[in-house]
Design a protein around this ligand. Structure first.
Ligand code: FMN
Length: 206
């Protein structure tokens, strides 16, 4: 079983990475394979709503979004990490999430996911809510921990001193591993995923 951990920070090995690494170590201890996926520092384009991807299943812009989408079918769970930028996720992660999740329920549904946030002082809970919405709109079980999935700091050394934050990351890894194993056992015992109705869309105009 494999979990992809997305680092939405411009700092490859900064605070967000430090928190993600703690989750990854905890997953590894539970026998789960992990892979880090860094968004880098190049500009991340936002979704232009052209709907081309609904036919091709890829974004017309061939960048990290398509690299990530190729990995999804062989991935069992996801951790999305972001620094807090003005009480929201980084601009790069917001653009990435919009393009990754647009029209892709069938690719992601039933796969567990969670958010982790890294901030100096405040705005982490609104960021946490923002990113969790991508999962709640796509039939994805959201993995929780013992408290808010957040760490505090302006550099990795400070983050490591946030003992509660780091413990929260380890608990999150344990909980993700446990849920993945539960799903695996359920699949092997023949339990089917929910059969959902065709989606009804009403736009509040009639
Ligand atoms: C553009 C920008 C906006 C930020 N806004 C906030 C904020 O609203 N609240 C906060 O506590 N920290 C804020 N910070 C600080 C970072 O969230 C914090 O230092 C974080 O841990 C850095 O993680 P990183 O090393 O992975 O990038 C901001 C930093 C930047 C660059």
């Amino acid at each position: 079983m494999k979990v992809l951990l997305v680092n939405g920070s411009p700092h490859k090995t900064g605070c967000t990475y430090t928190a993600l690494e703690e989750v990854a170590n905890s997953l590894n201890k539970n026998g789960i394979e992990t892979e880090m996926f860094w968004l880098g520092v190049e500009p991340m384009a936002g979704c232009i709503g052209c709907n081309a991807c609904l036919k091709t299943e890829k974004c017309f812009r061939n960048d990290l979004v398509n690299d990530f989408l190729e990995k999804v079918p062989t991935t069992d769970g996801f951790v999305f990490g972001t620094p807090v930028h003005f009480a929201s996720s980084s601009g790069a992660l917001t653009s990435f999430m919009d393009r990754v999740f647009y029209g892709r329920r069938s690719l992601f549904e039933n796969k567990p996911a969670c958010t982790i946030t890294s901030c100096r002082r405040g705005g982490s809970t609104s960021t946490f809510d923002q990113i969790n919405k991508y999962f709640s709109m796509n039939n994805m079980p959201i993995v929780t921990s013992q408290y808010w999935n957040q760490v505090h700091g302006t550099n990795p050394e400070e983050v490591k001193k946030d003992l509660e934050g780091m413990q929260t990351m380890r608990t999150l890894g344990n909980n993700m591993a446990w849920l993945l194993k539960c799903i695996d056992i359920a699949k092997k015992s023949g339990l089917e995923y929910p059969k959902n109705e065709d989606i009804v869309k009403t736009n509040f105009i009639h």
